[in-house]
Design a protein around this ligand. Structure first.
Ligand SMILES: Cc1cc2nc3c(=O)[nH]c(=O)nc-3n(C[C@H](O)[C@H](O)[C@H](O)COP(=O)(O)OP(=O)(O)OC[C@H]3O[C@@H](n4cnc5c(N)ncnc54)[C@H](O)[C@@H]3O)c2cc1C
Length: 369
């Protein structure tokens, strides 16, 4: 029987290990980190309530805040989408990693932490008897080792945590700021963790030819943001990277890619956990069916694109549209959308993961009236 190896114990590798072990398969996970929560504060943890509930992740003890809306700022226009109920959770990424590591270990997955594999060690694993899964993040060595096509679009990020006494007006709302000046091709955000802690961050497309820290500095000097952070004390900050388009190929022989390594992220927000985990489930099933029934492993590609490809393409199209139009156009567009009732529309039908689900809700609920 073939052995299964995962390279990368990020949140997607952890979820995948749990799934594979759940099928009764022997799975070994390698990661360069000594502990799975290492470096977890480089990314945020804003996840839709629905997505998280469906993910199968252990998350109940990791929630730090509940969100019931968002304010989207475009120049002088603000789209205020607020609902009665919790729409999203903010989770502590370190706790999330630990909880899902424990769950995977309980299911029988074997972890080899503190083992960063170089290109030749990864290539050597391909002995014809091993299924290799690259869950090794945006800059995947597994993808390089087996000559997968590259990811074309990246967002460079910088995010920081702050402590403050009076800077959080409404703990249930996240603020998103759109402007070419500080967040070319993406956005800046302020997300409250608690009554006295918050996260501020910014993303810029790689083609902006600017360091994300420089963009972050410009973001924090923006009039509204500057007001929000006036009494806040910076604790720590981190730069990172998000892939915002998927690879054109994610299976090659006995090698599969999942999560950020495959580029299974939402181009509009950079969120990668919900779709990454959904695709990891597809990958686990493909591996199991290959080992049990000799079903072709290459069908993983077709399976995940059939289930999630349309949503990811819609996120891409929305991101491309936003990146192309001028700020003045966007401001006008938001003004018109507001006048037409966009705030109520998004509050009623909106879904932060799935544009197709939003359209379905609209046609089923909205037109059924
Ligand atoms: C600033 C920022 C904010 C974000 N906010 C959100 C959010 O709010 N919601 C959301 O859903 N997503 C968010 N994301 C995206 C999300 O963090 C990623 O999609 C997710 O972490 C991807 O998980 P992964 O397991 O695929 O990759 P990673 O988390 O990158 O994990 C890859 C793992 O592989 C290991 N590794 C790499 N190379 C090797 C090697 N050669 N040998 C051994 N181990 C190796 C690494 O050590 C790492 O542990 C954000 C990202 C950033 C940067």
């Amino acid at each position: 029987m073939k052995r299964v190896v995962i390279i990368g114990a990020g949140i997607i590798g952890l979820a995948l290990a749990k799934e594979l072990a759940g099928y009764g398969l022997e799975v070994t996970v390698y990661d360069g980190k000594h502990s799975v929560d290492e470096g977890s504060d480089k990314a945020s943890g804003i996840l839709s309530k629905r997505g998280l509930e469906l993910s199968g992740l252990s998350y109940k003890d990791c929630i730090v805040n509940r969100l019931n809306g968002a304010r989207l700022h475009f120049g002088k226009q603000t789209l205020n989408v607020k609902t009665e109920k919790t729409q999203a959770y903010i989770v502590d990424r370190g706790l999330l990693a630990k909880a899902n590591y424990d769950a995977a270990v309980d299911m029988g997955a074997i972890f080899k932490l503190g083992k960063r594999l170089d290109l030749s060690a990864i290539k050597d694993m391909d002995d014809g008897n091993t299924i290799i899964i690259g869950a090794d993040g945006a800059v995947s060595n597994v993808a390089r080792a087996f000559s997968f096509p590259s990811i074309k679009d990246f967002v460079l990020t910088y995010k920081a945590e702050y402590e403050c006494t009076n800077c959080i007006e409404d703990k249930g709302m996240v603020d998103l700021y759109f402007s070419r000046n500080f967040a070319n091709g993406f956005f800046g955000w302020i997300a409250p963790y608690s009554d006295s802690t918050l996260e501020a961050g910014v993303g810029i497309t790689e083609s902006s030819k600017r360091h994300s820290m420089e963009a972050f500095s410009a973001f924090t000097k923006n009039r509204n943001v500057d007001k929000s952070l006036a009494d806040a004390r910076l604790i720590k900050g981190h730069a990172s990277i998000i892939p915002i388009s998927s690879r054109s190929k994610t299976v090659n022989g006995n090698v599969l890619l999942v999560g950020d390594a495959a580029g299974q992220t939402k181009a509009t927000t950079g969120g990668g956990i919900i779709f990454g985990i959904a695709c990891a489930k597809v990958a686990a099933n493909s591996v199991y069916m290959n080992l049990k029934n000799d079903r072709r492993l290459s069908l993983y590609e077709k399976d995940w694109r059939r289930s999630y490809g349309t949503d990811l393409k819609m996120h891409n199209a929305l991101h491309k549209y936003y990146s192309m139009v001028s700020e003045a156009h966007m401001e006008r567009f938001i003004g018109i959308a507001k006048a037409l009732g966009a705030e109520a529309f998004f509050a009623k039908y909106g879904d932060m993961d799935s544009p197709t689900l939003m359209l379905k809700r609209f046609f089923l609920r909205g037109l059924a009236k």
